[in-house]
Write a protein that binds this ligand. Structure first.
Ligand code: PLP
Length: 396
């Protein structure tokens, strides 16, 4: 069966992570998995917290009649209310269950939002480097992604954003802590962005939605992750428990609309409808029940801090230029060779698997996903040393 030209093209040109992962599998077959240091996938090897298993057992031992049936497409009211309460601890907005839709992860939440707001040809700003799926999600709903470069510290560049806004701009996606850079955007900058968006909305007679994609919001090493609702009026959170509870395979997330969003009631109706007709119908019932009482539970962030420090300190010592991440579980160093693909190939010779920055709209850099076992990171360090020496780096 022939597939659509566009999908064929997307598969061929746009899946660097998958490509590098597959090349890694070949290396693992050749040299043994224990001899290959795979930093390609943002798929945490950390297990979920023990409380999750206790809660899962409690639910299984006390089944509620009808707990596996269809439900309101927005999800269980009890779950949405518990999440609304948890969000209110981070912000000054007043939220209720009616501001939330439970979704099959942050990926589904993004698709639901984009389907709800985009007319064909509408533009969505994405801040480079970015999570590459944004391009496909925007395309799914007839939109046009518009890349805007961040500054030298990977923070949003307000002048560049102002220049990119047109009367077709319907939304901007913000991702902090960021994949692939790990940087966190400060409240003052987000407030300035809010002012800029409000000014542009007024000038153009449009509404521009700030979509805060924040699956790493609870993986911060001390810096505050500001609540978007306190910074930008027309804003929305999309997120999941893929990272903070280490549940990516369970597909449980949500979208939450700011109560101050223009025509918020209409937006919520649209989002609930979109959740249904995209075929998600509703987020997994059992997972909704599970996360209801786990809103204050997280994986051990100190374990991520240990991994970050181990790699960051070694990279700096070897002379790599790298912005210190404030959260998430990624590093995005500058490639020491002008052609980052050449560097990635060299790294493979030392059995280190990386993803080129081009795959994230950040050519000249490479991404390290360090959500892997400490032991793999530790054993990789001598290989990083040899790699750095081979490309002529001078240790500090
Ligand atoms: N947004 C970002 C920035 C991500 O890094 C990811 C996953 O890696 C997602 C969204 C999708 O997350 P989920 O598993 O909740 O769909």
């Amino acid at each position: 069966m022939p597939i659509a030209h566009k999908i064929k093209d997307f598969i061929e040109h746009s899946s660097w992570i998958r490509k590098m992962f597959e090349e890694g599998l070949l290396l693992k077959q050749q040299y043994g998995a224990e001899n290959v240091f795979d930093f390609t996938l943002g798929n945490p090897t950390m297990e979920p917290p023990e409380e999750l298993h206790t809660e899962l057992r409690r639910i299984a031992e006390h089944p509620i009649p009808g707990m596996h049936r269809y439900m309101n497409n927005a999800g269980y009211e009890e779950t949405r209310a518990a999440i609304a309460e948890a969000i209110m601890e981070r912000c000054s907005a007043t939220l209720t269950a009616n501001h939330l839709v439970m979704t099959c992860g942050a990926g589904a939440a993004l698709n639901v939002v984009l389907k709800t707001i985009l007319n064909p040809g509408d533009e969505v700003l994405i801040l480079a480097p970015y999570f590459v799926e944004y391009n496909f999600y925007i395309d799914n709903h007839g939109g046009v992604p518009v890349e805007v470069m961040t500054d030298a510290h990977f923070q949003p560049d307000l002048d560049a954003i102002a220049s990119a806004i047109t009367n077709r701009t319907r939304a901007i996606i913000i991702n902090s802590p960021n994949n692939p850079t790990g940087v966190i955007y400060p409240a003052a900058l987000l407030k300035q962005l809010g002012e800029l968006l409000a000014r542009k909305e007024q000038e153009l007679g449009t509404t521009i939605l700030a979509i805060s994609d924040e699956p790493y919001a609870h993986i911060s090493f001390g810096e505050e992750v500001p609540c978007i609702f306190d910074c930008i009026k027309n804003s929305l959170i999309v997120t999941s428990h893929s990272k903070d509870l280490a549940l990516p395979g369970e597909r449980i997330g949500y979208l939450a609309a700011s109560p101050n969003l223009t025509a918020v009631g209409m937006f919520m109706q649209g989002a609930i409808f979109a959740n249904r007709v995209l075929g998600f119908v509703n987020a997994p019932a059992l997972m909704q029940r599970l996360v209801t009482n786990l809103q204050h539970c997280r994986v051990d962030i100190e374990k991520y801090r240990y991994k970050r420090d181990l790699l960051y300190n070694k990279l700096v010592e070897l002379g790599f230029e790298v912005v210190k991440p404030g959260g998430g579980f990624y590093l995005f160093p500058k490639s020491p060779l002008a052609d980052e693909m050449e560097f990635i190939r060299k790294a493979q010779e030392y059995k280190i698997l990386l993803v080129p920055g081009s795959g994230f709209g950040g050519p000249g850099y490479f991404r390290i996903a360090y959500c892997i076992d400490d032991d793999v990171i530790e054993r990789s360090l001598p290989h990083w040393e040899k790699l750095a020496a081979e490309v002529g780096m001078t240790a500090k």
